[in-house]
Each structure stands twice: as structure tokens, then as C-alpha cells.
Ligand binder design. Structure first.
Ligand SMILES: Nc1ncnc2c1ncn2[C@@H]1O[C@H](COP(=O)(O)OP(=O)(O)OP(=O)(O)O)[C@@H](O)[C@H]1O
Length: 569
């Protein structure tokens, strides 16, 4: 990827003796094990060397997994893991990291130096997620257009920061052409926000699939699916579950390359030392039956189910199981994929089995329902949409299925048509505009109803209650932290409106004053700041953070923003 980070510092945090024992006992779903953190340094090394050594590194990493029987460190998350020793904390703060971030997410930023906000020029807001806003921006050092995902932490709640730290650690572990690459982090010592820097991707699969006039050919569907499964294979080999595979999280660049994005719900897993995980993940339409039935012991099958839904959706031209509630979702699944066998109910011991076991049993009817699909796709769909996750193919097996080995073969990504920008967000805006125009004309009430129903059917939007975990955790945290809670589940604070556009990120026009470099003249859209040396990706661990203005604006500003947000809740 050509991007070089701050030099890799020595591994942080002793993992010996008592410390290891103490960590082992602590459990917290947010954190990840030390082993994983150590691996993340290797990954940074890999990216510095280019992707040529990727497979070799992956193999090395796999062989380094401890043999069965050997005492392993717990893979349970560890609340203290990210607390680096004091001297490292000091080094990180000196390097420009905010103290709160280093204190809670020291491991996630270990070995990296922050990029300065004023070296990016914000161009446009391109996406809004559950806990972030995403901007198109120009890197003024390289001229490259990037995507900046802005995460805000209002009260610097350690819990929220830890979730973000997990996302960063996971992203740092991954290095594959079909997985979005974290290219850097932007923040400053005084900031209470953090920007994640990614390659800018023009499209997402949901947006493309919903664009009027775009109908994928079989070889194009194969091309996208091959890339999705290759990315998933890499994640799973690196012991990462994505847990939110859906069209809007599959980004596509102008060269047709698909990258799995949004690792906000992702988690590390250890196949040899399984730990319970939450079942409240994956957007409803793509959520596998075992999660709907409350499974806490699951694995790569959850992502493969979602991949199966996407394959069928691409071929059908619309989402295949658009449930509105968890009960309706399960019902749709059973109607298409058959209700689980008695043997499965007994074997799986799923928590919600007694509540959700259907009175009548359903016969599996995938082949009849999709009889018009290419014949070679059916065995793959059958396998990915197996009710029993143990019967689902792995990503590796799926990649060698006859779907990919029979003609027409997957086309080359570079041969895909060049589409106009088409994010899911654009599709939503297009729908809204069309609806507005239809409502304004008021001439064909029946027609409006019909086309609304069609819009709903083709848009791969999660149901409002999808990602139920988000709400559940939000509620839980509200209870715990009362009025101060700003976090959502395994993600962070609620969406915020900070969309001042057209200014450099660090300019005084930007809504977040903590990014303002001090005593610097600004022009409206161009920013030149010459008081400190420009911090480059590969810059040394030196103090390059802008000095803070002597005023209380930062606090009062963030306070007023919090209040606004409170009133929106
Ligand atoms: N690298 C990128 N290039 C272009 N657009 C991007 C990029 N990353 C994210 N986006 C856009 O921003 C949106 C939100 O990003 P992302 O999904 O990572 O955030 P999130 O807060 O986790 O969202 P969600 O709540 O939908 O899961 C995406 O759907 C996408 O349209």
C-alpha cells in the first residue's frame, strides 16, 4: 500500500509472570489478548514490506499458534491490556497522542505516530455510521484522496475508547487486497476525536446493486464474490470474525477492487480456546439462524451465512430475506432453508430454541426458489445457507467450489464497468428525492404505493432493529453511566453532526477546535502551518503536536456539543 507508518516501537507491556496471570483472570469482551497485539506489530512490518510477503507472513503466524495442550493465555478480552507502562505512555504522549487515548488504547497505537489533522483537507462528507462520520479528504502531503472516519469520544469514556482500540488492533492485523487497510491515525494531544485514515473507495456493493440500470452479469457476480470470499478467508485465517458482512460494508474502488470494511463489530476468535461471544451482532437481513437463536459459541460460519445472503442477493437483484424483526427474520430463514432438524435442536442447545422452535416444520426449498440462478451457484448457496453452521463451507472451500471453476469465469476486476459514484448513502438520497417528487405530484397515489414497496424491497437496508446489540448495549451503558453514557454497544458514540465541509481539518473553521493549530493564519480552504516540522507517516516518535490555544473553548465547546447530543437522544 506504499504507506509507511511511524517506526515500530518495542513491544509494549510486559507479558511475563504475574502480569500475565492477572490478565488471564480478567475478562472483558472488548479487549483482545496480548498475543494478538504482538502480531499486530508484525502486520505493520508486513505493510512496510509491501504485500508480496503477505502469504508467507500469514503462514508464519499460523504456525506460531501454540500446540494444543500447551498453556495458553486467555483469549478473553482484558481491560488493562491497553494500559502501557508509564514510560511508554509518556513516549506516546510526547509523540503527539492524546493522553486519554494512550492510557486506554496504548496497545492499539503502539509503534505509530499520529498524523496531524492540518495535513488533510476535508472535501466532502461521504458517509455516516453508527458512531462515526466519514469524510473524503485530500492528504496535502501526498495529494492522495483518502477517506477519514471520524470517531468522537465525548466523555472519553474508557469503554468507548476500548471498542475503538479493538477495531484498530483488528485492522492492523489484517493485510489483504480485499480488506480495507488502515493507513494511519489522525489526532493530536489536545483532541478528543480520532480519525482513521483509509484508501478512498468510490462505491459500495449495496449502492451499486441498488443503482438503476446496473444489473450484474454472472461473471461480474463471480468477480465480486471471489473477492469477498478471499477477504473473508484472510480474516478467518488471522482469527478475525467480521460479524457485519453486508453490501454497504463491501467497498469497491474505480478499478473494481472490493474491500471488506467496517470492522467496528469484528472480534478476534481462538478456535482452540473458544470463549463466549455476544449473539447480538450482524445486520438483521444477513444474520444467521444460530445468532437469532442466541448462540454464544460460534465461529466463521456467521460471516459465511452473510456471504451466502449476498451471493443470492446479487443474483436475485434484491435482498433475499428482508425481515423486519428477529422473529420474522427467523421465519423467513426457516421458510427458505427449512426448519432445523430435531437432531440440530438437540445438539446445538441454543438458548432461544424453546421460544423460536416453529410449530410446523418447513422443507428446504432453495433449489426451487432459485431455479433460474446459474446451476453452478446453487451448491454454493446451499452450502453457505446451511442451517447448521458446521455444514457451511469455509471461505477456502467456497473459493474452490464449482461456481468459480466453471464458465463463465469471474471477470477481472479491472474489466468491470466504471460506475458513477454510488454509495448506499447515494441510493438512499436518490430514493428520498424520488419519493419527494412523487409525493409532490400527487397524481398517482396507487403508483406511489407500489413503487415505495418496490424501493423497500430492493434496498439492502438493515431493518431499524438490526444490530440489536447496539441498542441493547446502549441501554445497558445508559444504566451504568447514567446521563454520561454516550456509547453505543460495541461501537461508540451516536452519530453527530459535525459536517463543516470545505476546510482543512485543522483549520479554525472546523467545528472541532481542539484540532486548531495555535497562532496560525488560515485562508478559507488552504492551510499552511510552518511553526513545526510536518509530521510524516514515517516520522520519528517526537513531539509534533500543536500547542494548545490558551482558552477554554475546547471544553465548553465539547460540553455544548454533548448537550446537543443529549437532547437528540
Ligand atoms: N474507505 C472508504 N472510502 C469511501 N467511503 C467510505 C470508506 N469507509 C467508509 N466509507 C463510507 O462511510 C460509511 C460508514 O462507514 P463505516 O461503515 O466504516 O462506519 P460505521 O460507523 O461503522 O457504520 P455502520 O454503523 O453503518 O456500521 C460507509 O457505508 C461508506 O459509505
Amino acid at each position: 500500500m506504499g504507506c509507511v507508518f511511524g517506526k515500530t516501537a518495542k513491544p509494549v507491556g510486559g507479558v511475563g509472570g504475574g502480569e500475565r496471570e492477572r490478565r488471564k483472570q480478567e475478562s472483558d469482551e472488548v479487549k483482545v489478548e496480548v498475543e494478538e497485539v504482538e502480531t499486530s506489530h508484525q502486520v505493520v512490518g508486513v505493510s512496510q514490506n509491501g504485500s508480496g510477503n503477505r502469504q508467507e507472513n500469514e503462514r508464519k503466524e499460523e504456525t506460531s499458534v501454540k500446540p494444543k495442550g500447551e498453556k495458553r493465555r486467555s483469549s478473553r478480552p482484558n481491560p488493562r491490556l491497553s494500559n502501557p507502562p508509564k514510560h511508554v505512555h509518556g513516549e506516546q504522549v510526547a509523540a503527539g497522542w492524546p493522553s486519554w487515548l494512550s492510557a486506554v488504547a496504548g496497545e492499539a497505537i503502539n509503534g505509530w505516530t499520529p498524523r496531524r489533522a492540518d495535513t488533510f483537507e476535508k472535501l466532502d462528507k461521504i458517509g455516516q455510521g453508527t458512531y462515526s462520520n466519514v469524510y473524503k479528504a485530500r492528504d496535502t502531503l501526498t495529494g492522495k484522496v483518502v477517506a477519514l472516519k471520524k470517531v468522537r469520544f465525548d466523555n472519553l469514556e474508557p469503554e468507548s475508547v476500548k471498542f475503538m482500540a479493538r477495531e484498530i488492533l483488528i485492522l492492523r492485523r489484517l493485510d489483504h487486497p480485499n480488506v480495507v487497510k488502515l493507513e494511519g491515525l489522525v489526532t493530536s494531544r489536545m483532541s478528543c476525536s480520532l480519525y482513521l485514515v483509509f484508501q478512498y473507495m468510490e462505491h459500495d456493493l449495496a449502492g451499486l446493486a441498488a443503482s438503476p440500470g446496473i444489473k450484474f452479469t454472472e461473471s461480474q457476480v463471480k468477480c465480486y464474490m471471489h473477492q469477498l470470499l478471499s477477504g473473508l478467508e484472510h480474516c478467518h485465517n488471522r482469527h478475525v470474525l467480521h460479524r457485519d458482512i453486508k453490501g454497504s460494508n463491501l467497498l469497491i474502488d474505480n478499478g473494481g477492487v472490493l474491500k471488506i470494511a467496517d470492522f467496528g463489530l469484528a472480534s478476534f476468535f481462538d478456535p482452540n480456546n473458544k470463549q463466549p461471544m455476544t449473539s447480538r451482532v450482524v445486520t438483521l437481513w444477513y444474520r444467521p439462524p444460530e445468532l437469532l437463536l442466541g448462540a454464544t459459541d460460534y465461529s466463521v460460519g456467521v460471516d459465511l451465512w452473510s456471504a451466502g445472503c449476498i451471493l443470492a442477493e446479487l443474483l436475485a437483484g434484491k435482498p433475499i430475506m428482508p425481515g423486519r424483526t428477529e422473529v420474522e427474520q427467523l421465519h423467513k430463514i426457516f421458510k427458505l432453508c427449512g426448519s432445523p432438524s430435531d437432531e440440530y435442536w438437540k445438539k446445538s442447545k441454543l438458548p432461544h430454541a424453546t421460544i423460536f422452535k416453529p410449530q410446523q416444520s418447513y422443507k428446504r426449498c432453495i433449489a426451487e426458489t432459485y431455479k433460474d440462478f446459474p446451476a453452478s451457484s446453487l451448491p454454493l448457496i446451499e452450502s453457505l445457507l446451511a442451517i447448521d453452521p458446521a455444514e457451511r463451507q469455509t471461505a477456502t472451500a467456497a473459493l474452490s467450489s464449482e461456481f468459480f471453476t466453471t464458465k463463465p469465469y469471474a471477470c477481472d476486476p479491472s474489466s468491470l464497468p466504471k460506475y458513477p459514484p454510488s454509495k448506499e448513502m447515494d441510493a438512499k438520497l436518490r430514493d428520498e428525492e424520488a419519493r419527494r417528487l412523487r409525493a409532490a405530484s400527487k397524481t398517482n397515489a396507487d403508483g406511489v404505493k407500489r413503487s415505495r414497496a418496490r424501493d423497500r424491497a430492493v434496498r439492502a437496508m438493515p431493518a431499524p432493529e438490526a444490530n440489536a446489540e447496539l441498542q441493547a448495549n446502549l441501554d445497558r451503558r445508559r444504566l451504568i453511566t447514567h446521563a454520561n453514557a454516550k456509547s453505543k454497544s460495541e461501537k461508540f458514540p451516536p452519530p453527530h453532526q459535525d459536517g463543516t465541509l470545505g476546510y482543512p481539518l485543522g483549520s479554525s473553521h472546523h467545528i472541532d477546535p481542539v484540532f486548531d493549530p495555535p497562532d496560525v493564519p488560515f485562508s478559507s480552504t488552504n492551510f499552511s502551518y510552518s511553526k513545526a516540522p510536518i509530521q510524516t507517516w514515517s516520522g520519528p516518535l517526537v513531539d509534533s503536536a500543536p500547542r494548545r490555544k490558551k482558552h477554554s473553548t475546547g471544553d465548553s465547546h465539547s460540553h455544548s456539543k454533548s448537550s446537543k447530543r443529549d437532547s437528540r437522544r
